[in-house]
Every structure is written in C-alpha cells, then in structure tokens.
Design a protein around this ligand. Structure first.
Ligand code: F3S
Length: 394
C-alpha cells in the first residue's frame, strides 16, 4: 500500500524547489520499499558522506549542485567527520588538492544550512536528542548510541536519505521508529570483567559478527561509562549492522524475553577477539577518538603523557566542541608537547591516511581496527589506551 501523505507532504512532493521535490521523492520511494504507512517529523538529522576521500569529485559536484538548486535543511543537521582538520590540515600532512576539494564540500554544506560540526559524536557536541524523539542520523556509531543510550529513534540512514530527511524535516516511519521493533533479538551473557573501553569494544566486535543486524541484550555487565557504551555500540555497528542494543541494569531495567537465543562471552572469547583485531605490534601512528573522544578520554591521555615524549605520531580525534574544552583544560598542550596532535573535524578512517606515509596504526577502537585495513591500507594493533601509550613513550 502506498504511503499516506498529508496535504503538506503532498505539497513537498510537488514543490517548485527541485531539491525539496527530489528529497521527498526519495523518501516516499524508501517508505514504499520498507512498508511505511506514514511519515514522522524529525528533531534533527546527521549528514554523512562528507569526506572528500569517501565521495570524491562526483560527491563534491553533487553537493554543490544540490545547494545551487535550493537545498536547505529544515531541522538541526550536524555533519559527520571530514577528511581533514579544517584548520590544521597542513600540519596533518594533507595534500593541498585534497584540502581544496574538502573545502568545497564545507562550502556546499554551509550553504545548505548544515552545522559544520564534523563529528560522529554529535551527542557530546551540542546535539543531544530527547528520549523517543524521532531523528534521521547516518553515522552508524551515533545511530547506535542515540537508539540504545539516549532512547531516541532512528534507522541507520544512508547519506542521501539523511540529507533528504534534513531538507524535508521528516522520515518514513518504519524500522526503529516503531516501538514494536525496539526489542532484543539475542541475549549475551557476559561472564568476564570488562576492565576498560577496549574490552567493551572487543565485546562489541565479537557480538556484531554474530548477531549481524540483530538487537542484542547484554546481561552480566556490572556498569559502563558513556565512553564504554560508545565503544561497544561503534564496534557492533562496524563488524555487524547493529543499530540498537540493551545493557541490562545500565541502559535498561527491563528483563529481556525468556525465549531469546543465548550466547556466552567469557575470558576465552575476550582473548580471542583481541587476537582477531590485531595484525601487527609494530606501528607508526597511534589514533584515539573513534568514535570521537570525550574530554575525559583526552584527559586520560594527557595525564599519562605529562612530561613524556612519544617515539611515534599520535592523533587524538574529537569534535571541535570537545577539543576547545580540552584546550582550556591544558590537555591539548600536554599531548602536543609530548609529540601528539589533538585534531578536530576528522578521523583516522576518513582522512587520507594511506597517502600520508602511515602503514600501521595502533588504536583502542574495534571499529577503527575493523575498517583501517580496507579504508586506510593499514596493519592494526588493537589494545587499551594506556598499554598503547606505554609502548610508545620514549
Ligand atoms: Fe567516527 Fe571515524 Fe570512528 S567517523 S566512529 S571516528 S571511523
């Protein structure tokens, strides 16, 4: 059955503005494919496909053309990371031609009214939705955090559908916008103490491969910080396509259904997952902040590096909003005195890392460990932050 459109929605479909009309056509097609009966208005959107590395010249031309056709966002829309720190790209070693094309993307987004925040943690940087608020976010770790930790409602949008939702202010109501779909599909009994953010990432990496696009319920996790939850969700979204999960006693007090398929995660699985995520111990770059780091994470790195010197490069990636707090706390200065860089706007996966001379990367992110071999031609060393710093302090 075709979607039921209100008078306003029919008007958007027949708009004189080609960007609005094309956006609405795309969303109606999507809604029909997924069996949505109606649209739902959204509180915010998140645009992805922002890095020149990901979209190349055709992407630049599409965004500029769309802006010229009159595309303008209706709701607050944050941008996902770009291919470089917009201000410090030369210090990063980014090629000037790449920087020129990336700046064209920034210009087109700004013309459309997109907030050029360039972060995958909008919820740490000024865009925190409310519980049950409908949103259209595109970056998979942010989608997972919004659904699982915040309780907002979003499907895992693609770049074009998120932008179309931003321009029309609505999205088809299906999938995780519906309460009946926001329930666990698997139970995972965690029978090992998770000691740090990397352990949570390893659990997520293991779970994502097994449950694929399911919605796991974790039992036996004693507690988790915001940073640990973002690492868990990011990993599952990378090795699987998990867009929502539940951590019993942490993100939910509800008991899971009793008839779920049950899996066990113990010390043997944890150790094996570290093995799975490691392909080298010899690295020329350490990267933290995948997903983008919180002030607390940057503070942990600064505390360990105070007065020390690193034998290899270090990037700590964060949103501009978080980095400015780290600057004020003196964390950035401490890290950069030791030889690292605190970067905003970008990350190790969407920056042209393979063209910058790096061959092997150390990270505490299972998402980065999963993506870097393919997206950045990197060998990977995965471990927790403090262990990785220990190895690199001269
Ligand atoms: Fe964010 Fe880049 Fe990781 S977009 S989740 S820091 S791969």
């Amino acid at each position: 059955m075709p979607m039921d459109l209100t008078t306003d929605e029919q008007a958007l479909l027949e708009s004189d503005n080609p960007a609005v009309r094309k956006s609405m056509e795309l969303l109606v097609r999507l809604g029909d494919i997924y069996g949505a009966e109606e649209f739902v208005e959204i509180g915010s959107a998140q645009a992805s496909g922002i890095s020149y590395k990901s979209i190349g010249d055709p992407g630049v031309e599409f965004l500029e053309g769309f802006a010229a056709e009159g595309a303008e966002v209706e709701v607050q829309t944050f941008a996902n990371p770009a291919g470089m720190d917009i201000d410090r790209w030369e210090e990063m070693g980014v090629d000037p031609e790449f920087a020129k094309q990336q700046r064209r993307i920034v210009g087109a987004l700004r013309e459309m009214g997109v907030t050029v925040s360039f972060t995958c943690t909008p919820y740490l940087a000024g865009n925190l939705p409310g519980p049950n608020e409908h949103i259209a976010w595109a970056e998979s770790s942010a989608v997972s955090f919004a659904n699982s930790v915040v309780g907002a409602r979003t499907n895992r949008e693609g770049g074009p559908s998120a932008l179309a939702a931003a321009i029309t202010g609505r999205t088809p109501k299906y999938g995780l916008h519906l309460a009946e779909n926001r329930v666990p599909t698997h139970r995972i009994d965690v029978d090992v103490e998770l000691q740090n953010q990397a352990d949570f990432a390893a659990l997520g990496s293991w779970a994502g491969r097994i449950v694929e696009d399911g919605r796991p319920y974790f039992a036996g996790v004693d507690g988790a910080t915001t940073d640990e939850l973002k690492a868990l969700g990011a990993a599952m979204a990378a090795t699987g396509a998990v867009a929502m999960h539940f951590v019993g006693g942490v993100t939910t007090d509800e008991e899971p259904p009793t008839d779920l398929e049950t899996l066990e995660f113990g010390s043997a699985e944890l150790e094996a997952e570290y093995g799975e995520l490691n392909s080298t111990e010899d690295t020329d770059l350490i990267v933290f902040g995948c997903p983008h780091a919180s002030v607390d994470e940057i503070g942990q790195v600064a505390d360990r590096l105070d007065g020390e010197s690193l034998d290899r490069d270090l990037w700590v990636c964060a949103s501009g909003a978080v980095k400015s707090q780290a600057d004020r706390m003196g964390y950035t200065e401490t890290i950069e005195d030791a030889g690292g860089m605190v970067l905003s706007d970008t990350c190790n996966v969407v920056a042209p890392i393979e063209e910058m001379g790096y061959e092997s990367t150390a990270t505490d992110s299972a998402k980065a460990a999963a993506y870097l071999p393919g997206f950045g031609e990197q060998d990977v060393h995965f471990d927790d932050k403090l262990s990785l710093l220990e190895e690199a302090i001269e």
